[in-house]
Design a protein around this ligand. Structure first.
Ligand code: CA
Length: 228
């Protein structure tokens, strides 16, 4: 397993050095930044599993940094700060921090909170692997083989679901009729490619508002595409 990467943004050198050594000892890869601007640049430029963020920082404070980070990235953030009052805590969480740890804290507590976040992330990732897609007003759950339109289930037959799933999993890719036939009916299927058109019509009748806004678009002479 590769080391989890932590970005530590903390201007107090002693504190930073202490946390760096302890985290390395706990088998994390740690990179330190000592001011808010540099921290934000590093946060945006690379992948991090967790960011430990001090609140009071030179150049750009922790709250602003977190807000700016959140406008483009969802990297988990734990705020570390001497300001432990309730309003500050709320502010920290409001700007998108995942957790908040008032100084002074025991290193073990920080470690425990890091583990909670990493575990949550892993759960999230395994949920994503279940593949739930949201397109227009549809929610398509591949594992449950369920299609919801405005939160109401749509009854699709097995073939209809498989065809829709093949298009959704390959969203933005134009799928020709032969490929769809292979994916849904199997290579040996002795059916005509027209069957794809027929089933696309069935699905459209069940999921679309109108022809103009059809989720499944026809690419003339080739096949179909779902645009995400
Ligand atoms: Ca500070």
């Amino acid at each position: 397993m590769s080391l989890k990467k932590i970005l530590l943004i903390e201007d107090e050198k002693n504190m930073s050095r202490y946390l760096e050594l302890e985290l390395q000892h706990a088998s994390f890869s740690v990179t330190a930044a000592y001011d808010g601007e540099t921290g934000l640049q590093m946060a945006l430029a690379d992948h991090w599993d967790i960011i430990l963020l001090d609140l009071m920082l030179p150049k750009l404070d922790g709250l602003d940094l977190c807000r700016r980070l959140r406008s483009c990235k969802q990297t988990p953030v734990i705020m570390l700060t001497a300001k432990g009052s309730v309003p500050d805590r709320v502010k920290g969480l409001d700007c998108g921090a995942d957790d908040y740890l008032p100084k002074p804290f025991a290193f073990e507590e920080l470690l425990a909170r890091i583990r909670v976040i990493l575990r949550r992330q892993e759960e999230q990732q395994s949920r994503n692997e279940n593949q739930v897609f949201f397109l227009q007003d549809l929610c398509i759950d591949m594992d449950a083989r369920l299609v919801l339109k405005n939160n109401k289930p749509i009854g699709l037959t097995k073939r209809e679901f498989d065809l829709l799933a093949a298009l959704v999993k390959n969203a933005n890719r134009v799928m020709d009729r032969e490929t769809l036939l292979d994916l849904v009916w199997g290579f040996e299927a002795a059916v005509d490619t027209n069957v794809v058109d027929v089933y696309v019509r069935y699905i459209r009748n069940k999921i679309d508002h109108s022809k103009e806004t059809s989720l499944i678009q026809t690419v003339r002479g080739i096949g179909y595409v779902v645009r995400a």
